[in-house]
Design a protein around this ligand. Sequence first.
Ligand SMILES: NC(=O)c1ccc[n+]([C@@H]2O[C@H](COP(=O)([O-])OP(=O)(O)OC[C@H]3O[C@@H](n4cnc5c(N)ncnc54)[C@H](O)[C@@H]3O)[C@@H](O)[C@H]2O)c1
Length: 395
Amino acid sequence: MEIDVGPELAPSAAGHAPKQAAPGAPESDPASGTAHHQSEPARVLTQMVPWAAVERRGRRVVVTGAAGFIGSHLAETLLRRGEQVTALDRAVGHPDVLSDLQQPAGNPRWRAQRTELALDDLDDLLVDVDTVFHLAAVPGVRDSWDARFADYAASNVVGTHRLLGACERAGVRRLVLASSSSVYGQVSGLSCEQDPAAPVSPYGVTKLAAEQLCLVHAARADTDLEVVVLRYFTVYGPRQRRDMAISRVLRAALSRPAAGPQFQLYGDGSQRREFTYIDDVVTATIAAGVVPLPAGVVVNIGGGSTASMRDVLDLAEEITGRPVPVLSTGRRPGDVEATGADLTRARALLGYRPSVDLREGMTRHATWLAGTCETLATPGVSTRSGLVRASGSQP
Ligand SMILES: NC(=O)c1ccc[n+]([C@@H]2O[C@H](COP(=O)([O-])OP(=O)(O)OC[C@H]3O[C@@H](n4cnc5c(N)ncnc54)[C@H](O)[C@@H]3O)[C@@H](O)[C@H]2O)c1
């Protein structure tokens, strides 16, 4: 997939934005480290830097969590763009992802290293690195209540802190953190970056802690490290984690025989989510690595609209042409009623516009799923809308 960041995206001329706010950029919000008046910086930055600079290739970049769902897509895309990619992950393999962090087809610009961020020495891995995309974390709300919390804390908090220190020592220019909408907690309406963070799960607490660590490191006067915190809103698409709703609902629909696994619906299906297609997340994340920005900034990355779980169920049935067997269970602690992203800042600072809507994204996801497993049926026959197979490319 080619990244089209759009002409309004402000590129980084030399790859080094000033440590203080970019010239003409708005005042920082002391509470969040973020910026107000979001339309202004895009205009200023677009005027400041030549567009061609965003096409700069060959930087040395690190992707942590590169064996995971989002990290693997990001690492592969960066490699295709010509970057020198060091892929870090502690995973010993993931059924849907990069062949166990192996070097893709002997590409000399690809290096993979099995690394535990909470324990291993990181300094040697960051020599001459320009940008670190930090996606490694233990994700998911539900497991974070139990004994696994120690791992959440070690990976998401201690691992992030160790990585930030190593980045500072190595002179890394910028770290982009994958944070989460879960830092907002229970909300009504769209969430803005300036809104108070009030997570309602231990997972959300660890992601907020990671954000705050990034912002305090970025605020240090004695380092040049910039950080960009991206708050992703429910990401889906090929290789999505199997514990996530769209993956589960499509697997339930496509399983053969039809009376295969049931889709566990937590609550009555009225809960709404902003779903974001993987390609849009990758585009935004790469942009966050190159665009000149204030040294510590928080940006929402969403899909541009919300849908209820009932909507998702209906769409899954339309796309696959098969019924979804549903097992209704109660709400789980930490599940929020709704998420929704105000994307004003993402548009202004990153030139971000989500390009794949839920119907198209789920169709691509279903087509990929059907191709990965022989126990899954091929989508393509619609019972209701005439909607058939993916029209988009396979990532
Ligand atoms: N998937 C979503 O909808 C979503 C939404 C919001 C935020 N995020 C964030 O995006 C990032 C990626 O999420 P994902 O869905 O791809 O998850 P994932 O589980 O597929 O990938 C995370 C990867 O991080 C690795 N990892 C975890 N702890 C590590 C450690 N201590 N050292 C080294 N590697 C470690 C894991 O092995 C895994 O491969 C995470 O930071 C997550 O919090 C994801």
